[in-house]
Design a protein around this ligand. Structure first.
Ligand code: KIV
Length: 256
C-alpha cells in the first residue's frame, strides 16, 4: 500500500490523522520522528515566521523555499503544501505552482482553499497526478474580504458547506481541511464524505486534527482559543508533540 492509500485507510479503521505545520528542517525532523502523520507547510508561515498580519503576502517562492527545508529534514514524511494567495487563480497558474512545488521541493500534496469554485482546478490537478487537499470553512486567504469567522452558523451556510465538500470530493480531492466550522456541521460533513476531513477549530468529530506548530508550542502572538499550548507541565518539545498526537488519537483533543 502506498503512503497516501495508508493515510486514507485510517478513516475506515477509525484511526485519527494527525497533522502539524512545519516550516524548517529541524522541526520537520522532530515532528516526523515523533510520529506526526502529515507535515503541512502552511502559508500560516506568513504570520508565524515572517511576521505579517495575514497569509496574503506569502509567495510561491516562499513556499518552495520552506517546503525544500521541510523535505530535507524529513525525507520520508508525507508533506502537504499550501498553494498561497493567487497562485491557483487559473488552471494554468495552479498547474505551474503545483509543478514547481513537486519538482523543486519533492512534496507529495498541495492544499487549495476554496468552495465549489475551485472544482475545475482540483479536477485538473488530480487528472495530472497531483494529490490535492481541499480547504473549506474559514479561508485565511479570503480574510481581507470575509474576515476570520466561524463557518456554517446558519442552516443555509451549513447546507452550502456540505454541498461544497461533496463537490470537492467528487472533483478528486483526497482530503479536506475544515477550519473553524461549527462542530455539528463538521461532524455531518465528515460522515457524508469518504475522504478524511482534518479539522482545526471544528470540534472532535472530524477524521483528524491539524494545528499550527507555533500555537502548539505557545509561541503565537494571538493564539486562537481552540489551540492551547501543549508545551506545559515541564514537557520537552518532543513530549508536547507526542501529547498532541496521543490526545488526538484518544479523542481527548479537542474536547467534546
Ligand atoms: O496555513 C496553515 O497553517 C493552514 C492550517 C491552519 C490548516 O492552512
Amino acid at each position: 500500500m502506498n503512503k497516501l492509500a495508508k493515510l486514507l485507510s485510517y478513516k475506515s479503521e477509525g484511526k485519527k490523522l494527525t497533522c502539524l505545520t512545519a516550516y524548517d528542517a529541524s522541526f520537520a525532523r522532530l515532528l516526523d520522528a515523533c510520529g506526526v502523520d502529515i507535515l503541512l507547510v502552511g502559508d500560516s508561515l506568513g504570520m508565524v515566521v515572517q511576521g505579517h498580519q495575514s497569509t496574503v503576502p506569502v509567495t510561491l517562492e516562499d513556499m518552495i523555499y520552506h517546503a525544500t527545508l521541510v523535505r530535507r529534514g524529513a525525507p520520508k514524511a508525507w508533506i502537504m503544501v499550501d498553494l498561497p494567495f493567487m497562485t491557483a487563480a487559473s488552471l494554468s497558474d495552479a498547474l505551474y505552482s503545483a509543478k514547481q512545488l513537486m519538482q523543486k521541493s519533492s512534496v507529495q500534496m498541495v492544499k487549495i482553499e476554496g468552495d465549489q469554485s475551485v472544482v475545475p482546478i482540483i479536477a485538473t490537478l488530480t487528472q495530472q497526478g497531483v494529490p490535492v487537499c481541499a480547504h473549506l470553512g474559514l479561508l485565511p486567504q479570503q480574510a481581507l474580504r470575509l474576515g476570520y469567522k466561524t463557518a456554517g452558523k446558519t442552516g443555509d451556510a451549513a447546507e452550502k458547506l456540505l454541498a461544497d465538500a461533496l463537490a470537492l470530493e467528487a472533483a478528486g480531492a483526497s482530503m479536506l481541511v475544515l477550519e473553524c466550522v461549527v462542530p455539528d456541521v463538521a461532524a455531518r460533513i465528515s460522515q457524508a464524505l469518504t475522504i478524511p476531513t482534518i479539522g482545526i477549530g471544528s470540534g472532535n468529530k472530524t477524521d483528524g486534527q491539524v494545528l499550527v506548530l507555533h500555537d502548539l508550542l505557545g509561541l503565537s502572538a494571538y493564539p486562537p482559543s481552540f489551540a492551547p499550548s501543549f508545551l506545559i507541565n515541564g514537557r520537552t518539545i518532543e513530549q508536547a508533540v507526542i501529547a498532541f498526537i496521543d490526545a488526538v488519537r484518544s479523542d481527548q483533543f479537542p474536547a467534546a
